[in-house]
Design a protein around this ligand. Structure first.
Ligand code: NAD
Length: 256
């Protein structure tokens, strides 16, 4: 379905971004990957699906590096047809204890990077008359949890950016939507499981149940594969008139 299209997925060396990159690659898209950590392992997993894959190591907190990544993608494949703004980090602390430099990093990586990549991707999508911008927000783009001020602010901001981008392009073939996962068992969440296990003296499995029980009625983690399938739907012809939604895949979290 996506043969000949190019998808750039930020933060695609791990977790949800890797799951989305694999789902788009399985549909035939060329993939531009980004992120830190096990770059070789992640690019090999996506390449194994038959996709043409390139990697750019832009730090998503740095606008000039984001610009370099977008230019590199255009140089490699002509243009970016599908932009998935996914890179993100977390820090947990009460507002009065929240380190200002962690606030700045979360706002930059989780929110401002989506603005920069979007503003740089839009002109080529508009000229081509087709484009998909998918922002990986969070259920925390819809509701709050204590001790996540920067994350909740950034994700609400991403949902707002999603709506404005969708409206400004509503008469074109360019759509913009957000995905709002609940708990997904990636390294980002495993750290929170570890913290809970340490604080309450629980095993890993017990801590996972406590984490899910606090927020997610289904008592199940959403998987990167499920989120990848939703991204594919947004890219499909059936997604042509889906514009500006914040689609939660959260086991009922936000329904409460
Ligand atoms: P993860 O830690 O597995 O992956 C994060 C990715 O972002 C990695 O590839 C990492 O290298 C990359 N990254 C981090 N900082 C970066 C930077 N400065 N520049 C470039 N890349 C950077 O986490 P994940 O759970 O897969 O999270 C992906 C996205 O999904 C995030 O935006 C997160 O907020 C969101 N999300 C996660 C959950 C969850 O439960 N895991 C729920 C809702 C939303």
């Amino acid at each position: 379905m996506l043969k000949g299209k190019t998808a750039l997925v930020t933060g695609s060396t791990s977790g949800i971004g890797l799951g989305v990159a694999k789902a788009l690659a399985a549909q035939g898209a060329n993939i531009v990957m980004n992120g830190f950590g096990d770059v070789d392992g992640a690019t090999a997993e996506v390449t194994a699906l038959g996709a043409r894959v390139v990697y750019h190591g832009a730090d998503m907190s740095k606008p000039d590096e984001i610009a370099a990544m977008m230019a590199y993608a255009a140089e490699q494949f002509g243009r970016v047809d599908i932009l998935v703004n996914n890179a993100g980090i977390q820090h947990v602390a009460r507002v009065e204890n929240f380190p200002p430099e962690r606030w700045d990093a979360i706002i930059a990586i989780n929110m401002s990077s989506a603005f920069h990549a979007t503003r740089l991707a839009l002109p080529a999508m508009q000229a081509a008359g087709w484009g998909r911008i998918i922002n990986v927000a969070s259920v925390h783009g819809l509701v709050a949890s204590a001790e996540k001020s920067a994350y909740v602010a950034a994700k609400h901001g991403v949902v707002g950016l999603t709506k404005v981008t969708a409206l400004e392009n509503a008469t074109t073939g360019v759509t913009c939507n957000a995905i709002c996962p609940g708990w997904v068992l990636t390294p980002l969440v495993q750290k929170q499981v570890d913290a809970k296990a340490a604080a309450l003296g629980l095993s890993n499995d017990e801590a996972k149940k406590v984490l899910l029980g606090e927020k997610e009625p289904s008592m199940q983690f959403t998987t990167p594969e499920e989120l990848g399938a939703l991204a594919v739907f947004f890219c499909s012809p059936a997604g042509n008139n889906v514009r500006g939604v914040a689609w939660n895949m959260d086991g009922g979290w936000a329904a409460q």
